[in-house]
Design a protein around this ligand. Structure first.
Ligand code: FA5
Length: 345
């Protein structure tokens, strides 16, 4: 029996040494030390031994069981530690690796240009005014000296909602609304907003685009004030060395009316692809407020005068940033928008 025990011990210790996982070691524990294992069997068989041999054999079985348990527990500790470090290794995070940058948003180029223009006029004492995009025919046309049937209404193809209501075709109705609200007082306003026209979309036209309107009304407001204001504006937006020129034009709500060109910022006036060889680039329409418009707005044209201008910021942004198609502003391609990220001041 002693020999049997020693053999059993060697077998168990060998199995323990070669166990390579906590699970297989647990199986070994059950196999050798469990209730149905050989050691328990041996202990149970002790009763059959002669009484004088029992203490010796009991001690021997206990010794074998103690040894097997001790070695098994030591091996178990090693395997458990290995398992933990394997798990940690698998879950390890290298904090020295560079992080994934979180994408930050930035202003749309159109928003930037509108804000830049607003800031310039605010610095000159203008208030920002707003008006509805769904507008009465009266404010969009009639109050601007464009009665029903006036041929110049065809200059701006309109989206009518009812006979008297339409999507505004320009920001000029805010002129008429502001004059009504100011009740004869002098004022300066700038009005950015969306406008709508039945134009076919192409590289320079959109059926919905942005305009910025400016209007100054007061005593002794003269053409030279308009020219000085637009000159400062052109230099601020396109560089101090810019020249402006005013060409005669026609708008029903201004008299005289002009269109303003700036000297080409690419070639400096010599002629290039941006200015189509002319040296000049058209930027906006403007003029002295027509006496009829002042009168309809509640101002006496013999006492008060004013100047007005209107521009398309998409076209200005296209020129300033060299954008070749107006549709880029509306197709929301982040690759287009992201190009203006770093330029943001
Ligand atoms: C007007 O709308 C006048 N209300 C401007 C004005 C205001 C003149 C005050 C005098 C006094 P016009 O139709 O030219 O004018 O349009 C003004 C600007 O809007 C143009 O110079 C152009 O930059 C822009 N624009 C016109 N149509 C389109 C379009 N379909 N897509 C994009 N921009 C356009």
């Amino acid at each position: 029996m002693e020999q049997q025990l020693n053999q059993l011990k060697e077998e168990a210790l060998g199995a323990i040494r070669s166990a390579d996982s906590v699970r297989s070691l647990n199986d070994i524990r059950v196999k050798y030390l469990g209730k149905k294992g050989p050691i328990t069997d041996l202990l149970k068989g002790m009763g059959k031994l002669p009484a004088e041999e029992r203490p010796k054999m009991g001690a021997l079985v206990n010794e074998v069981r103690g040894k097997v348990t001790e070695v098994l527990e030591a091996r178990m500790a090693v395997l458990e530690e290995e398992a933990v470090s394997r798990k940690l290794e698998a879950e390890a995070i290298d904090v020295t690796l560079p992080g994934t940058p979180a994408g930050t948003g930035n202003h749309h180029p159109l928003t930037r240009i509108v804000e830049e223009i607003e800031d310039f006029f605010i610095s000159m004492g203008y208030e920002v005014a707003e008006g509805p995009e769904v507008e009465k025919d009266y404010y969009n046309f009639e109050a601007l000296n464009l009665p029903k049937g006036h041929p110049a209404r065809d200059m701006q193809d309109s989206f009518y909602i009812t006979e008297d209501v339409l999507l505004r075709t320009h920001t000029s109705p805010v002129q008429a609304r502001t004059m009504e609200a100011k009740e004869g007082q002098p004022f300066r306003i700038i009005c950015p907003g969306k406008v709508y026209r039945r134009d076919n979309d192409d590289a320079t036209h959109s059926h919905q685009f942005t305009q910025i309107e400016g209007l100054v009304v007061g005593e002794n407001i003269r053409m030279s004030d308009l020219k000085g204001t637009l000159d400062r504006f052109a230099k601020k937006m396109f560089g101090e060395e810019r020249e402006i020129r005013l060409r005669p034009s026609y708008f029903p709500f201004t008299e005289p009316s002009v269109e303003m060109d700036i000297s080409c910022f690419k070639c400096g006036g010599e002629g290039c692809n941006v200015c189509k060889g002319t040296g000049w680039i058209e930027i906006l329409g403007a003029g002295m407020v027509h006496p009829n418009v002042l009168r309809m707005g509640g101002y006496d044209p013999d006492v008060m005068s004013g100047f007005a201008f209107g521009m398309g910021p998409e076209r200005i942004a296209m020129l300033k940033y060299g954008i070749d198609d107006i549709r880029h502003f509306y197709t929301d391609d982040v690759r287009f928008i992201a190009q203006f990220h770093r330029a943001e001041g």
